[in-house]
Write a protein that binds this ligand. Structure first.
Ligand SMILES: Cc1ncc(C[n+]2csc(CCOP(=O)(O)OP(=O)(O)O)c2C)c(N)n1
Length: 366
């Protein structure tokens, strides 16, 4: 090969591999610490409790959906450490949590009430509004649609010289959306205090990450926008917490955004309308069951003597009772006026929507 051609080919080879910091990881699969971490045992136990609450909530909702008592939902089963770890790194009084739709466990840590979570999943409009004292945006079904808004929010905080930062959560599939790239570009230019938390759960419905992008990692996409990207073990509460905490410190110090790629796995359904057995290799699922973030944390807490078997059983009972109470309260909520669903779509209703409302008023929901 000629010298110039060799140089060009070396340059092109270089493009393939972006130098990245090593993946952050503290806990091994059996709950053993690989290195010292900074979270206290008490906080770790609270983190575990909220992860458990999220897990049991999702299981309960899938069961209610199967009974026809809930609409479609996207469970976060298997991804609890990624969202709770990130939320734990925030100060809920000043910082914002911006979800997609699979982040309930993290939202619970940030203060979202279980009762409203249930009401959301039955489609009650009272849950469409985030309570005024909560620094949170509502669920977002349009993939990555929340990211430009989250950057606007973060940029606004910076302009106001407020202390707050924003964590915006999305999936691996979200990185293929224009909204992700526009948001990342603007955040980099404006040094917006935002942490892009990409939950790489291996799948965008049935599309694998390898089918989604030719990038070696999703974290490296940050490099193009002029800010750091880093991978962490998304099934390790300590790793997510430490990584996001560092990114929060950077953001608060005016150093701008960070992209955190939390490597995790969706152990449940994409949504209740999905059947993963049609595309997911069984062995892959089983391999990730062994990496379950709850199991790992439980093993760790028990081996450190933070909690014992009977304490874990008590916690299960308490969580079960909290869910029962919240579901009961949710069911007591008076049924909404159906016209509400029509009133908030357009400033003035389109002819089609107006016709639907008239039909609805005449014939009822059937
Ligand atoms: C803008 C947009 N395009 C397509 C869809 C349909 N859709 C719903 S979920 C999904 C996959 C999303 O995958 P990912 O971003 O990895 O998040 P995950 O569901 O795995 O948490 C798609 C394509 C959508 N909701 N919004």
């Amino acid at each position: 090969m000629k010298k110039a051609a060799r140089a060009a080919s070396a340059r092109l080879d270089g493009v393939r591999s972006v130098p990245m910091p090593p993946m952050v990881k503290y806990l091994d699969q059996d709950g053993e610490l690989l290195e010292k971490q900074s979270m206290s045992d008490e906080l770790a136990l609270e983190g575990y409790r909220v992860m458990l609450r999220g897990r049991r909530f999702d299981e309960r909702c899938v069961s209610l959906q199967r009974q026809g008592r809930m609409v479609t939902l996207a469970p976060g089963i298997g991804q609890e450490a990624a969202t709770v770890g990130a939320a734990m790194a925030l100060d809920a009084t000043t910082d914002w949590f911006v979800p997609q739709y699979r982040e309930l466990a993290g939202q619970l840590w940030h203060g979202y009430p279980l009762r409203l979570a249930f009401l959301w999943h039955v489609g009650h409009p009272i849950a469409f509004q985030v309570p005024g004292d909560l620094n949170m945006l509502p669920f977002q079904a349009a993939i990555a649609g929340q990211l430009p808004q989250a950057v606007g929010l973060a940029w606004g905080l910076r302009l106001k010289r407020a202390r707050g930062v924003v964590v915006a959560v999305f999936g691996d599939g979200g990185t293929s959306q224009g909204d992700f790239h526009e948001a990342a570009n603007l955040a980099g230019v404006m040094k917006a205090p935002i942490i892009f938390l990409c939950q790489n759960n291996g799948w965008a419905i049935s599309t694998t990450v390898e089918q989604q992008t030719a990038s070696e990692t999703l974290a490296q996409k940050a490099v193009a926008y002029g800010f750091p990207g880093i991978q962490c073990d998304g099934n390790d509460l300590f790793a997510v917490y430490a990584t996001v905490r560092e990114a929060v410190t950077r953001a608060r110090n005016g150093e701008g955004p960070t992209l955190v790629e939390a490597i995790t796995y969706r152990l449940g359904l994409h949504t209740t309308a999905d059947d993963p057995t049609r595309y997911e290799p069984r062995e892959m699922h089983d391999m990730w069951v062994d990496r379950d973030p709850l199991r790992r944390m439980q093993l760790h807490l028990v081996s450190r003597g933070v909690i014992d078997r009977s304490g874990l059983e008590r916690m299960e009972d308490e969580v079960k009772e909290e869910l029962r109470v919240a579901w009961d309260e949710a069911q007591k909520e008076p049924a909404p006026d159906p016209s509400y669903y029509f009133g908030h779509v357009h400033a003035s209703p389109s002819t089609r929507l107006g016709g639907q409302l008239k039909r609805f008023e005449r014939d009822g929901p059937g």
